[in-house]
Design a binder for this molecule. Structure first.
Ligand SMILES: Nc1ncnc2c1ncn2[C@@H]1O[C@H](COP(=O)(O)OP(=O)(O)OP(=O)(O)O)[C@@H](O)[C@H]1O
Length: 189
């Protein structure tokens, strides 16, 4: 799907992956996350346990409140304090509301807030700003900036500008070309 992609991200840095629908942004992120193996090539992650992946699904429990959802994930990762996260994602006033009653953008903010309570340093984010209004995009940009300032790093697939002053890699030129397999005619590939 992609070939010749080569980049490194140091602590404190982020990379934004762009490219048209279907180019392979999600596939690359999932491969980095270890959710699927690379067909070829090498992914080096110094500490697999330091990674957290936010895909298209928000991964929240509808029957639990906003605070209960966050507390669940905080505890899974050995954390206890969610107050800072509620504030960072403008969720404090919604803390006791069942997650199933949230609007799409509020759900997305809660889904992203899970990243912060994991305490993990390597964030892999697939279109994190979907459903977010301008104010929420700015808010999330600030969260990412603080994460980087604290020595975290991020690889983000996104079509929109989050106001981050980071490296952008357009995957378009790395689209793999079909190859002729031994014993097969190219017309059938
Ligand atoms: N499970 C799958 N089985 C077969 N093909 C798949 C599968 N998942 C994705 N693809 C194909 O792989 C290609 C890359 O998909 P991917 O989701 O990585 O693209 P993307 O760059 O993230 O796109 P978008 O911007 O639409 O999210 C697409 O052509 C897609 O149809």
């Amino acid at each position: 799907m992609l070939e010749g992609v080569n980049f490194a991200v140091a602590p404190g840095e982020a990379v934004v992956l762009t490219g048209p629908n279907g180019v392979g942004k999600t596939t690359l992120l999932r491969t980095i996350a270890g959710l699927q193996p690379p067909y070829d090539g090498k992914i080096v992650v110094p500490d697999v346990e330091a990674m957290t992946y936010a895909g298209h699904a928000d991964g929240i429990k509808a029957a639990l409140s906003v605070a209960e959802n966050l507390m669940f994930w905080a505890r899974v990762h050995g954390q206890r304090d969610i107050s800072g996260t509620l504030e960072d994602f403008a969720l404090t006033d919604l803390a006791s509301r069942p997650a199933g009653q949230l609007s799409a953008g509020q759900k997305r903010r809660l889904g992203l807030a899970r990243l912060r309570v994991t305490g993990r340093t390597i964030w892999l984010l697939d279109e994190p700003t979907v459903s977010l209004d301008k104010g929420s995009v700015d808010l999330f940009g600030q969260v990412v900036r603080r994460h980087l300032a604290g020595g975290g790093l991020a690889v983000i697939a996104s079509h929109i500008d989050m106001g981050l002053d980071v490296r952008v890699i357009d995957l378009t030129p790395y689209r793999a070309r079909a190859k002729v397999a031994r014993g097969y005619d190219e017309v059938f590939l």
